[in-house]
Design a protein around this ligand. Structure first.
Ligand code: SF4
Length: 205
């Protein structure tokens, strides 16, 4: 057993099995997304775009922003948005430069977004079976991993606390609320860490 394995609690290949578990979770969620998208006559990318436009339109109303968000090329996202326009779910309005490029859900798009909201219900139900303290710790650990992947260039967009310039890591000795937000000037309990914060500003790399 290696020194690393001993430090990890004496469980060989823990990181390998964690990575495999995350990959399995990703497979399951992709399959779930494909199913719900198909039920609504959409592709998974179109479904993601509708949900993104419904959640925080202020920061994702352009094709290029959506493309970065979902790690696809701008032409690929442009095709998905054009299909949504043809289906009457998305419209465009003028941006600051007067060109018609700001994306907005139509009334029909809002209705589809409302019906799509519970697409990941099975995952949320599964999480309910995990103790609250474990869920909070898992959130902190996953956000740490996402921030590290962002530093490595694997994840392109993530507005999470650990990747934010206002994040004060381990400011307090309280294990339940160890971090601090220097913008909002509040302690950040693990359970309250943000995954997609509108105030996020990238930390210097
Ligand atoms: S601004 Fe938002 S993302 Fe940044 S540390 Fe504060 S709560 Fe977290």
């Amino acid at each position: 057993m290696t020194e690393h394995e001993v430090a990890a609690g004496g469980t060989p290949d823990l990181d390998r099995r964690l990575a495999d578990a995350v990959e399995r979770l990703g497979h399951g969620l992709r399959s779930l997304a494909q199913r719900t998208a198909r039920e609504h006559g959409l592709t998974p990318l179109q479904q993601q775009a509708v949900l993104a436009l419904a959640r925080q339109p202020g920061i994702r109303r352009e094709v290029s922003a959506l493309a970065a968000e979902f790690d696809v090329t701008t032409p690929t996202m442009s095709d998905a948005v054009s299909a949504l326009e043809r289906k009457g779910l998305v419209g465009r309005s003028p941006g600051r430069d007067g060109r018609r490029r700001l994306l907005t859900l139509t009334a029909g798009g809002d209705e589809v977004a409302r019906r799509l909201q519970p697409w990941d219900g099975p995952l949320l139900t599964a999480l309910e079976g995990v103790p609250a303290a474990d869920r909070a710790t898992t959130l902190g650990s996953l956000l740490h991993v996402i921030a590290e992947l962002q530093r490595q260039g694997v994840v392109s967009v993530a507005r999470t606390c650990p990747s934010c310039r206002f994040f004060g890591a381990n400011t307090y000795r309280d294990p339940v609320a160890p971090h601090h937000c220097h913008l909002l000037r509040i302690p950040l309990p693990l359970a309250d860490l943000r995954v997609d914060c509108p105030e996020h500003e990238p930390a210097a790399t």
